[in-house]
Write a protein that binds this ligand. Sequence first.
Ligand SMILES: [Zn+2]
Length: 313
Amino acid sequence: MCRLLLIALFVPALAPAWNHVGHKAVAGLAYDLLTPAARSRVDALIARHPDYQRWLTVEAPKEPGARARHAFIQSSYWPDTIKVDLRFYDESRREEPATPTLPGFPDMKRRTNWHYINIAFSADGTPFPPPPPVNALTQINMILGVLEGKITGTSEADPIYLLPWLLHLVGDVHNPMHCTSRWKKDQVDPRTGTPWSDLGGNGVSVVGSFNLHAFWDDALGITDTPGFVNGLVQFLSAKGKEGSTVLEPQTWITEGARFAETVCYNYGSNGTGTRENPVTFSQEYTQRARELARERAALAGRRLAGVLNSRLH
Ligand SMILES: [Zn+2]
């Protein structure tokens, strides 16, 4: 396989994190739990976002309250949509020129490194580096600081721009595969031949799914219609009660990294995860994954409502 293709397949930014369905269900559950004061604040912020009209899709209800909820839900997936939107550019690629800044945006960066933290671990003693300096945790904390008015003066410090990012990132870090990366001696960087990260499970091939990361992204379902999303919101509203008052992002990520190690990577030895020998999941694993994904998504929705209710009143 050509080296460039191999590298492209391993780039974690390509992985969307909970798919559309997961992000929208988290946002829908959170919206339904907002206080009237917080709801009117978020509605006003979302309506002033430069891409607001794009969120009023053909399915958007006409009734103003339902329409505002619809836009809020749609906005939660916006940070993933800009990864393929040509108005934006990938600032991590030196060869990619900046695109012109459009009205209402601080710039047109895709900020693909905001979506995960990937706290490394290794079961075979392979050395690994600390998380990157800019990651999902640093950015959630930054956004909360902006919403509280404690952080001002940077080009990004705009609650209108950052609110969809918050909805998205709280969802992302409740997907355990956004919290960790496994390092193994026999898993090597194709460029250098030295031990490497599996990039949040993107490097673990799985039968019936693109890879381990993608399997978890899709664990909440893949039917992206308002009817399905609202059904999922209703289903999730009975879950995620224990721990829902924990509003410290570091704790959410510590929990996620622990679940990744103990559940997500605990798939037995039916396959090694290479492209030649992909892993096959048992029915028990798949069932456990679905249950954990639903619990984490419900917690994400409740905690998102909690941080918004405590800051926007
Ligand atoms: Zn994401």
